[in-house]
Design a protein around this ligand. Structure first.
Ligand code: WT7
Length: 661
């Protein structure tokens, strides 16, 4: 954790927006229709978790029933013990079995458009998904993949990416999806950590009219790690790629020849479903472990209730995240398909070919549920209302936001300009580790307040506490804590038990600590005040400051680097780096650019510092800790006149502010 918990800003926000009176009537009925109903259900979910979750789990198919709903031996939770199921079965085969095989499961739109400006559209039904996941499952087995093996997936947003994760689940292989914005070094690091020998990729992926060379990045990763034995390559962009016979395989050819029969493997409820790497406050990214049964039940229920999904009401749900992040895992694929509402996947950028692209998509497909990030909302605001006003957005019913705190101004704009004042906004707080929504309004029940993620979901016992775990009074900033286990909680950090216990269960005794600061207001509503560790959220992408620091410091010209977050109008937080140079090297713009490129190579373009300042030394406390708080203030301030800040300047500043220990 950083020097101390700094939670000072208390935002005053009095505007309260009750759920629209006609929400139930317009949406085919609200699953949870009032705050009283929410409170009664929430109380029951905490008083009788076995009864509550047992009933929810019974809405899905199990090959063998569980014998116990939850076992909690802090910090280890197990859910639906002894139960056997398969999440691909519940996403796909179950829908076919129940006679819905010809309904649209995935609705996909390309970024590329034809000469008339029309995108390519693909509609995959549940029957299509059953056939395609079975075929790909057989291909994977043909490549030697067995139950429990980790399959790495590095692809663009094409339907085959969803098919790939479902095919892994079908045979009980563990998937590890790596976002396409990460570098070959990042692929190699993850492949090594997970001991994964099979990689699924595309020749490239389309982003803002250009091709991201995914296959070339995998080729490079193969040079950095000798773990990778097979690469399955989907052709998407028809770009030139290198080929290594024996290692590389053509997706299209193998799938065409594969049998379309492969039953879903019965999986133990606690068998690993996937790994997803995310940044922590120290060291390399950690592989967050999620298992089958609890994750399946929790993402199913949160999808259903947070968005008020109803399969027979012509809903079209669109989450704009990439499947490379947890949001895409839980709220494009796994939580959505069991609810039998079409899930829209869009391949590319929000402003390609023009800044109205998202609204064009909403209008074309009559999207009813739209889920995006504050950073995107702030970009839309900046691009101007005229791009929105061109389109008929009257199909929209529920608007969601996720990834970082949303500023009230953006919240109000989202509500008024996108939602025309009719649509409830669900501000969902959760994390890679939590698997699903933890704090969120329910659209037909919870009055919303701009900037607050409101109240805990069912089964979630959340509190704001001090470091000893004592609950704090209303409107006092403290640590967010979760006091009881929930079905989709992480089961560990892959291969690092100690880091798991230390990161999540040591800071506050006996409770899960997510790393966020928060306060609760007099209504009991939660206000997230941002990370209190050395993790930053840059345009909704999670990065560790130390991870970026070591990337910069690995450059030959650098002696030492310190990285902090700084406020940014669109990104929420941007990356500021303070760097000391080796020998008599002089600061220059070329060097700045070289360092930015170096970070892009080590981690990915998303981690490039937005600002680099050169110093002759970094300010440290007497015990040698970098004074990050001081650097944060400097980065946030305007005094960026000079090129080199002397240690003396910084020390004086620190002393003036009383920072020196
Ligand atoms: C961190 C988790 C959850 C999927 C996307 C991010 C921040 C997330 C909110 C929100 C305020 C939020 C927290 C959290 N965060 N949602 N609604 N309001 N902050 O997942 O990459 O694991 O990041 O994102 O700081 O700890 P992630």
């Amino acid at each position: 954790m950083s020097d101390s918990v700094e939670i000072t800003s208390v935002l005053k926000e009095d505007r309260v927006f009750p759920p629209p009176a006609d929400f139930g009537a317009r949406s085919g009925g609200a699953h949870v229709g009032s705050l009283e109903e929410y409170r009664a259900m929430h109380k029951r979910s905490l008083d009788d978790p076995a009864g509550f979750w047992g009933e929810v789990a019974s809405e899905l198919d199990w090959f063998e029933p569980w014998t116990e709903v939850c076992e909690w031996k802090l910090p280890d939770a197990k859910w639906f013990l002894g139960g056997k199921t398969n999440i691909c079965h519940n996403c796909v085969d179950r829908q076919v079995d129940q006679g819905h095989g010809d309904q649209v499961a995935i609705l996909w739109e390309s970024e590329t458009t034809d000469s008339q400006g029309a995108p390519e559209i693909r509609r995959l039904t549940y029957a299509d998904l059953k056939r395609e996941t079975a075929k790909l499952a057989n291909v994977l087995e043909g490549l030697g993949v067995k139950k429990g093996d980790v399959v790495t997936i590095y692809m663009g947003m094409v339907p085959e990416l969803a098919i790939a994760i479902l095919a892994c689940a079908r045979i009980g292989a563990v998937h590890s999806v790596i976002f396409g914005g990460f570098s070959s070094q990042a692929i190699a690091d993850r492949v090594e950590d997970a001991d994964s020998s099979v990689v699924l990729t595309c020749d490239g992926s389309w982003r803002r009219g250009t091709i991201i060379p995914l296959k070339a990045n995998v080729d490079q990763a193969c040079k950095l790690s000798d773990k990778i034995k097979s690469v399955l390559v989907l052709t998407r962009c028809q770009n030139a790629i290198e080929w290594q016979d024996g290692r590389d395989h053509r997706w299209g050819e193998l799938v065409a020849d594969a049998s379309d029969v492969r039953p879903c493997e019965p999986m133990d409820s606690e068998d690993m479903l996937f790994l997803l790497y995310t940044s922590g406050s120290t060291g390399k990214p950690k592989g967050i472990v999620h298992t089958t049964g609890g994750y399946m039940v929790y993402t199913y229920l949160t999808s259903k209730l947070t968005f008020n999904l109803r399969p027979d009401e012509d809903q079209v749900y669109w989450c704009t995240a990439d499947i490379g992040w947890i949001t895409g895992h839980s709220y494009i694929v796994y939580g959505l398909l069991p609810n039998r509402v079409p899930t829209l996947m869009y391949e590319g950028a929000p402003n390609h070919p023009a800044p109205n692209r998202f609204w064009d998509i909403v209008e074309r497909h009559k999207v009813t549920h739209f889920y995006t990030a504050p950073t995107a909302i702030r970009a839309f605001m900046k691009w101007g209302d005229e791009h929105v006003e061109k389109h008929d957005l009257s199909s929209l019913q529920v608007l969601g936001t996720v990834g970082e705190p949303i500023n009230p101004e953006a919240w109000i704009w989202y509500r008024d300009v996108i939602g025309a004042g009719r649509c409830p906004i669900v501000d969902t707080w959760w994390q890679t580790e939590t698997g699903g929504h933890m704090l969120t309004p329910l659209p037909g029940a919870t009055p919303t307040v701009p900037g607050s993620c409101t109240l805990p979901f069912f089964g979630i016992d959340a509190a704001v506490v001090d470091q000893d775990g004592n609950e704090l009074p209303a409107n006092t900033g403290g640590l967010l804590a979760i006091r009881k286990p929930w079905p989709s909680m992480l089961r560990g950090i892959f291969g690092d038990r100690e880091r798991f216990v230390e990161t999540y269960f040591t800071k506050i005794k006996g409770m899960y600590f997510p790393g966020d600061g928060a306060r609760r207001d007099e209504r009991g509503y939660f206000w997230i005040m941002g990370r209190v560790d050395d993790v930053i959220n840059v345009a909704g992408h999670r990065l560790g400051t130390m991870e970026v620091e070591s990337a910069i410091a690995s450059h030959d010209s650098v002696v030492e680097a310190a990285v902090v977050g700084m406020p940014h109008e669109i990104k929420g937080t941007a990356i500021a780096a303070f760097v000391t140079l080796a020998g008599d090297l002089e600061p220059s713009d070329e060097l700045r650019q070289a360092l930015r490129d170096h970070v892009a190579q080590a981690i990915g373009a998303i981690a490039k510092p937005d600002m680099i300042r050169f110093c002759d030394a970094l300010p440290k406390t007497r015990s040698g800790k970098i004074m990050r708080r001081l650097l944060r203030d400097i980065a946030a301030g305007t005094d960026s006149g000079q090129d080199v800040t002397t240690l003396e300047d910084l020390t004086v500043l620190a002393r003036l502010r009383g920072d020196e220990e």
